[in-house]
Write a protein that binds this ligand. Sequence first.
Ligand code: FAD
Length: 615
Amino acid sequence: MGIENKSPETTMGRRGFLKGAALAGAAAVAAAAMPGCSSPKSQSQSAEATQASTHPSGYMCSEDWLGEAPAIDESKISDVVKADVVVCGSGHSGTQAALAAAEEGASVVVLEARNVDSDTGYLHYYGQEFGHFNSQWLINQGYGPYDTGEIVTEFCRRGGNRVSPAIIRAFVDNCGEAFDHFIGLIPSDNHMLEMGPKGELGLHIAYGRNPEDYPIEMGGYKTWVGDAMFWGKYSDEPVNGVGAMSNISEAESFQVAEAERLGAKWYYGTTAVVCTQNSDGDVTGVIAKADDGSYIKFEAAKGVILATGDMGQNGEMIWNLITEVPEWCERQGVEAGSVTAMTMNDGSGLKMGCWAGGYIEPGPRPTMSMGGGGGGPWGTAPFLWVNAEGKRYMNEAVTVGAFSATLRQPIGTIATITDSKWLTTVQRASIDHGAPNYTRPQYYDDLVTDMSTVVAAGAQGGLVRTCTIAERMQSTVYGADDLETALKYAGYEGDALKEALATVARYNELCYAGSDADFGKDAEVMIPIDEPPFYVAPSSNSGKGVAGLVTLAGLMTDENLNVIRPDYTRIKGLYAVGNCLGQRFGNAYSTPTAGVSIGMAMTHGRVCGKTVANL
Ligand SMILES: Cc1cc2nc3c(=O)[nH]c(=O)nc-3n(C[C@H](O)[C@H](O)[C@H](O)COP(=O)(O)OP(=O)(O)OC[C@H]3O[C@@H](n4cnc5c(N)ncnc54)[C@H](O)[C@@H]3O)c2cc1C
């Protein structure tokens, strides 16, 4: 007999599709009866097109990125493992889910597709930060306790209210405890916990502000201190890659060790394939494939937690679901399906959730894109930004809008323009994701050192080490004693050059008047560009086929992270955390402190592990 993995979504999906096609046909007929609407010919064409479509019901896309749930015959199962809680994926969210469930006394198994790194003996984890609020660690440093309701509201506003306030709240209310618990498992004399100017554990703060100055309000958005950074070793030399020096994987190894001590069992090289369900549609376990090709059935007495991360390497899913980035890319000639994010995850947990009857949150579905806006080693600091035509196009202090506003400009250069007073803007920036970061003051000194070489570098431009979370990466800045030459070095010529010069003149008028009547940027960062040397740092808004670091669209759940069906009934036994969890970011990755992607993954993982263990 075959394994019981009845999938309501696949049958429901087809039924839903037929129903959807019928509705589309009815709408076309109704439209034809109205003056000025489509002709009978176009009406029948559109009905045919709808019927030919094979997209999963409820998603406005053209391809069947979901497919059928794999049917795995019982005879192929080589082993059956029983546990209270089955966690799929051992990234930041899954590790915390497993640990929390084990701490609550549940028996736990973790299925992880990858194997541990042979050099370190533990898994590699992405990134370096744990963004959170109100931990004792923060409070001891003078940051907080902050008003949690105000922070929840700020998250919702930044997410265009396309988020679940309850899911945000589950993060904001529990992240402080989650962080204290996380570092509490690292021996107190460990090198990773060393703070100070060159210590390995940093805290993202703004230059020259006191703890009571937070939240900083800039561009109409608030930021609080909360981004703990597992930077790793201090380096004078340039470092390539976001989080390239990070020691967060080592920090995670202590979490795994504690969970194992409490009895949790990790199955490495074991890929979760499909959920098993009973005749009511409740999830009863998971079938996974081991590296040797054998299948193992994991039975979950209490629940399955999907923690397999995003769809970063699944070009088909990204093309069909994360529509904003592929739309821009396709217009620039990027091949369909070739847009990916930076992780190795393939969206398999998201598909498992859909096959079990769940669905992915509606669009526009977010990705984690770094900032946007003009170039330079100072990230999203609120300098003057101009587009390829030399025109200013937004309030540069609205970091939340930088990515989308920049995409809407003519394709080409997006440049930061500044002058000898550039450091003042860096110092006055807020601490949004991608903003300057005063964690290691030496980095600001190095910025000054590197900037001092830029003018002499002439048309070549100077390489300047960054002062953002992307520590020690380098950025090209052009400098000259007159603005026109600096703009020419950065590639501006002809009408664009004239326009850029006129834009700076207008910007200076606004600065002298003390009010940005054009776009409303905060007066404190309206600093005239009128003292040599002048600097121009170009970047580009052209589509490169990259959907950011990770995709952030996840499954719809209730406030307890229990996956729901389209009719809001709960799928008993199925939970989602990390980038499998939807309704966290809404339109885009914009958060009131940096590092929240990992912060949420860990916190929701911990909350969910406790919940499922106590069912
Ligand atoms: C280069 C880079 C730098 C980043 N830096 C930061 C940062 O500093 N701060 C921040 O907040 N965010 C950062 N991010 C984003 C952040 O790392 C992710 O959002 C976070 O890792 C999400 O956690 P997760 O548990 O959902 O997924 P992941 O951490 O990606 O873990 C998913 C795990 O599931 C496993 N898996 C996948 N499919 C299966 C399957 N079918 N069966 C079994 N196992 C499976 C994977 O191997 C992986 O171990 C960064 C991302 C990248 C790529």
